[in-house]
Design a binder for this molecule. Structure first.
Ligand SMILES: [Zn+2]
Length: 182
């Protein structure tokens, strides 16, 4: 495995050659860009690929920076900060449940909750999330929001409920474990 640092149109990225099938691009939590690629793809092609994703990369870096700021705060993130993190995730998950919800997107609420990450009020079509949740890793936040959405289908925590969570998020156990990280 060999790595090199490359720059294309002001985007710096670490290129690692691996025995992977496809090009993989990710923005790490610190905002750095990592690309892994198989040997058969030329660096020019890789640069081109990175360039084509420029807007996406910059947006991801902004999100990471915002999240980083929240995580460094010693006080609870504000409702606005929480909403900025939670809303896009809810919007991404909602289409999976649009039919169940008869095309009414649930309302998101945020409050200081010490004992739970989220609550789903089925009849009010509301999901309330803990302000504390915004300080957790993104995959864990996605898990909590999906979990609450699944309650619109199954109000309990029985087998069918967990089967639904698993169907949409096969790695939910790993994500849930991340909630325990400081
Ligand atoms: Zn639940």
């Amino acid at each position: 495995m060999q790595s090199q640092i490359r720059t294309v149109a002001e985007i710096e990225y670490t290129l690692t050659r691996k025995t992977v099938k496809n090009l993989n691009l990710r923005v790490r939590t610190d905002g750095s860009v990592a690309v892994s690629a198989p040997k058969r793809i030329s660096v020019q092609q890789i640069d081109q690929f990175v360039l084509s994703r420029k807007e996406w990369i910059q947006k991801a870096q902004q999100e990471m920076a915002q999240r980083q700021k929240i995580r460094q705060q010693t006080t609870l993130p504000s409702v606005e900060q929480c909403m900025a993190v939670f809303e896009p995730i809810s919007q991404a998950i909602y289409p999976l449940f649009a039919q169940t919800l008869q095309n009414n997107m649930p309302q998101l609420k945020v409050k200081d909750m010490k004992t739970r990450w989220g609550v789903c009020h089925i009849s009010k079509r509301t999901i309330t999330l803990a302000q504390q949740l915004a300080t957790k890793p993104l995959p864990a936040i996605e898990y909590v929001i999906l979990h609450e959405y699944c309650h619109f289908v199954h109000a309990n925590h029985q087998k069918e409920f967990w089967a639904l969570v698993e169907q949409y998020m096969p790695d939910w156990k790993i994500r849930r474990a991340m909630l325990k990280e400081p």
